[in-house]
Design a protein around this ligand. Structure first.
Ligand code: ADP
Ligand code: MG
Length: 675
């Protein structure tokens, strides 16, 4: 019998309360998730498979772990009489402490992220945009992604028992087995268990199925689900089958039938694998609920031999930007699982890639240290980069819409490659996409260059927090007037990307916010400009002295059309938005003084100059200069030092203007401010 194991042994039964996060996840699973309940099987088989992988890997150095029980397999045991479905494995097992730790707490932020993701999926589906992730009830597919897969057992069971005995290499008596039991409400119990269905090590997860879920005891349903979700699990999954009609029912040893392929999918020939199988393998690997955007399956031969199967996900995982990188690329050595998330195989900027690398050359007992300075690993990494770039190029070329999906999810991670991997710069650059003043959609640098009007020498961009702020930026004015397109750069990493890239197809990348923006002008323009400059010379002098603590220099500008002034970045300094970002991450960096550029033909500047020339000591001139500076800060999204003073001054100016408007005969028919 599979599960008559919870009778207390010599020691006592202890009851523990669930950690608050577990409690929340369970509550959600039990009360709100109704569709796709069958994923519980995928999750529990995946845990069993992980446990077998861990054991197999440890047994490379400690072969005695397998002494008493050499088989590595997963068994499914439906029991109609008891109404239970048991998922057993001969894997690494869990000690009493591990049972409490792994099934009673969630050590990482996964649970919170999970609850948030479910809430978001619901909102989206409520808002009717839920074509992809947001189908009501599809939330259930989020479970595995967040490291809370085990709790999906409660989709179908109202009580779950987990009986486990840890693997041990020591000779003599096997470690004590323990049973963890819970109805998924507030608490679980732990107690010694007499044993497992199988004598050795491993784990049995016994699901007491809800009345409505008893159909999961059906052989055909189980076969079908395993085919659909777990065919590519590389360990055999065996189903206990009932004796056929006519066969003697008593006294026969239970019959098990292997119901999955149990071979490493990536080792099969491409032509033998259907799209569907690839997608299912991907979902098995990542617990993603969507199909991948693309894949590349390759074998490298020669001095090095390995197989790679890599996928591009459709959307960013919740922890893309955190240190913790669950499931990245899994490393196998001659089909034996070695580790998850093998960072050495992938550069940071490709950390969104998922898949499998299976090397023929690495030693089985490969350690982290060895990985770090192995020429084999470096060779693999080079190929992984090459194949991923091939895949991205192909996607961009043949499936523009998919490429855009990729870009929105991972562009900010990917483009850092320009900075971190000089060798790949020339391959990454054509794959960059940006929003621009050109309008809807995104543009590549190539398309930008193709649109450049004659006379335009450089690729222009502005850098800031958001497109909304940048679109109104005074820095764009002269470029816009000339009909030049400007790229919006809003990812912090763009600051490095543009620095490292420097040029594309021979055209320099130039920030419209930098001091050295040199725009060519006609003779006529130059003359007019000189005249204006001469006229405002004394005012600029006054501005320099008023603002000397804040800016490096005040000078006449040729980049402004409609705005009176703007701040520009001196050579060698960072864009203001970039410095702000570093500061918001706790870096203390000096505030480099910037350059205030003034539009000498703007009516406001011209009038200020007139007032100033009449009375060099007019007190309001100094005040207005400070206001202009504050306003320049505001337009670029920077904070101003004294917002209250700024507000007081604006109020006082508005009051004056309002009084004039109210008193003036012409304004009498109009409400103030209505002009
Ligand atoms: P994840 O698998 O993403 O870590 P789960 O909620 O599925 O999250 O499982 C939680 C943890 O419980 C696992 O990380 C593992 O340590 C432990 N666990 C679950 N099932 C088994 C099993 N069959 N054998 C050994 N350990 C298991
Ligand atoms: Mg799991």
């Amino acid at each position: 019998m599979t599960s008559d194991t919870t009778t207390p042994g010599t020691t006592t039964r202890e009851t523990h309360r669930f950690q608050a996060e577990v409690h929340q996840v369970l509550h959600l699973v039990i009360h709100s998730l109704y569709s796709h309940k069958e994923i519980f099987l995928r999750e529990l088989i995946s845990n069993a498979s992980d446990a077998l992988d861990k054991l197999r890997f440890r047994a490379i150095t400690e072969p005695d772990l397998l002494r008493d029980e050499p088989t590595l397999e997963i068994r499914l045991v439906p029991d109609r009489e008891r109404g239970t479905l048991t998922i057993e494995d001969t894997g690494i097992g869990m000690s009493r402490e591990e049972l409490a730790e792994n099934l009673g707490t969630i050590a990482h932020s996964g649970s919170r992220a999970f609850l948030e993701a479910v809430a978001r999926a619901r909102q989206e589906s409520a808002a009717g945009q839920g074509d992809k992730a947001g189908k009501p009830g599809d939330d259930v597919n989020l479970i595995g992604q967040f490291g809370v897969g085990f709790y999906s057992a409660y989709l179908v069971a109202d009580r779950v028992e987990v009986v486990s005995r840890p693997a041990s290499a020591a000779a003599g008596e096997a470690p004590q087995a323990y049973a963890w039991t819970s109805d998924g409400k507030d608490s679980y119990t732990l107690e010694p268990a007499d044993g497992l269905a199988h004598p050795g090590r491993g784990t049995s997860v016994i699901l007491h199925l809800k009345e409505s879920e008893k159909h999961f005891l059906d052989e055909w349903e189980l076969r079908d689900l395993v085919k659909r979700y777990s065919d590519y699990v590389s360990h055999p999954i065996k189903l206990k089958v009932a004796p056929k009609a006519g066969e003697p029912t008593a006294d026969v040893t239970p019959k098990f039938e292997t119901i999955n392929q149990a071979s490493a999918l990536w080792r099969r020939a491409r032509t033998e694998i259907t799209d569907e199988q690839y997608n299912e393998f991907y979902q098995h690997l990542t617990h993603d609920w969507e199909k991948p955007l693309g894949r590349t399956h390759f074998r490298v031969e020669g001095t090095q031999e390995f197989v790679g199967l890599l996928f591009l996900p459709r959307h960013a995982p919740w922890d893309l930007n955190f240190e913790r990188k669950r499931r990245g690329v899994r490393l196998f050595v001659r089909r034996v699982f070695v580790m998850d998330d093998c960072e050495e195989l992938l550069p940071e900027w490709l950390r969104f890639v998922r898949g499998v690398i299976d090397s023929d050359d690495l030693p089985l007992n490969v350690s982290r240290e060895l990985l770090q300075d192995s020429s084999i690993v470096r060779g693999i990494r080079k190929q992984v980069i090459k194949k991923t770039l091939d895949l991205l190029e192909e996607t961009a070329r043949e499936r523009a819409e998919d490429y855009l999906t990729f870009w929105k999810a991972f562009g900010a991670v990917f483009k850092a490659g320009v900075h971190f991997d000089a060798d790949q710069k020339s391959r990454i650059a054509p794959l960059l996409l940006y929003r621009s003043t050109h309008g809807e959609g995104y543009t590549s640098l190539k398309d930008y260059v193709a649109r450049m009007p004659s006379g335009q020498e450089a690729i222009y961009y502005v850098f800031g927090d958001s497109e909304a702020v940048l679109a109104g930026s005074p820095h764009l004015e002269a470029l816009r007037k000339r009909g030049y397109e400007v790229l919006y750069m809003t990812d912090p990493v763009d600051e490095w990307v543009t620095e490292s890239l420097n040029e594309f197809e021979g055209k320099k990348l130039v920030s419209a916010m930098r001091a050295d923006l040199k725009l060519e002008a006609t003779e006529e323009e130059k003359k007019a400009r000189e005249a204006d400059r001469g006229a405002v010379g004394p005012l600029l002098e006054r501005m320099r002295s008023v603002l000397q603590e804040h800016v490096q220099e005040v000078r006449a500008s040729d980049r402004l059309v409609d705005s009176p002034c703007c701040l520009v970045v001196p050579e060698g300094a960072h864009h203001a938005a970039f410095d702000r970002l570093l500061r918001s991450h706790g870096h203390t960096i000096p505030q480099p003084k910037r350059i205030l550029e003034v539009n000498p033909s703007h009516p406001l500047i011209v009038s200020l100059q007139t007032i100033f020339s009449r009375d060099a000591n007019a007190p309001r001139v100094g005040e207005w200069i400070e206001m202009l500076y504050d306003q320049a800060l505001l337009t670029e999204g920077s904070p101003i030092t004294d917002p209250h003073r700024f507000a007081r001054r604006v109020t006082s100016l508005l009051s004056e203007a309002a009084q004039v408007a109210a008193g003036a005969p012409a304004g009498a028919t109009n409400a103030p401010g209505n002009s």
